[in-house]
Design a protein around this ligand. Structure first.
Ligand code: UDP
Ligand code: MG
Length: 139
């Protein structure tokens, strides 16, 4: 069993899509290990996305991520990291495959409905960032 970190981003929470996305999470066989509704500060968003601090989209991205309520999740499943990335689809909804969450719900490359860790190292960091004590492989 592996864990990953997921978010339902402000654009999706705002449009009332949290229930549909949580239903998909359950339907894909994930166990919700932890879940919280957060209105993150700009500083929290900057810390979370620190890996992107040199990118041109960093300012707008962290402004958007701190603009509304987000649902942060720790999810557990076999191959959780890869499976959740597959369920989300490509970063740009316009390029995401049919049936993926970003294709179905994303509004733009920035407002793309969901987040998922991309590797074990980032999953460990991101899980701990929002859920102190929750690790990649837990009991
Ligand atoms: N993003 C953006 N413009 C870009 C690329 C990314 O606004 O050109 C945003 C988008 O919300 C994305 C997040 O920054 O989900 C993190 O980017 P990353 O490349 O890590 O994509 P992800 O791992 O979320 O697919
Ligand atoms: Mg990423």
């Amino acid at each position: 069993m592996e864990r990953t970190f997921a978010m339902i981003k402000p654009d999706a929470v705002e449009r009332g899509l949290a229930g549909k996305i949580l239903s998909r999470i359950e339907g894909e066989g994930f166990r919700v290990v932890a879940m919280r509704l957060v209105k993150m500060t700009k500083a929290q968003a900057e810390g979370f996305y620190a890996v992107h601090c040199e990118r041109p989209f960093f300012g707008p991205l962290t402004a958007y991520m701190s603009s509304g309520r987000t649902i942060v999740l720790a999810l557990e499943r076999e191959s959780a990291i890869k499976h959740w990335r597959d369920v989300m689809g490509a970063t740009d909804p316009a390029k995401a495959a049919p049936g993926t969450l970003r294709k179905e719900f994303g509004e733009s490359i920035e407002r793309n409905a969901t987040h998922g860790s991309d590797a074990p190292g980032t999953a460990a960091f991101e899980l701990g960032y929002w859920f102190p004590g929750v690790s990649l492989h837990g009991a």
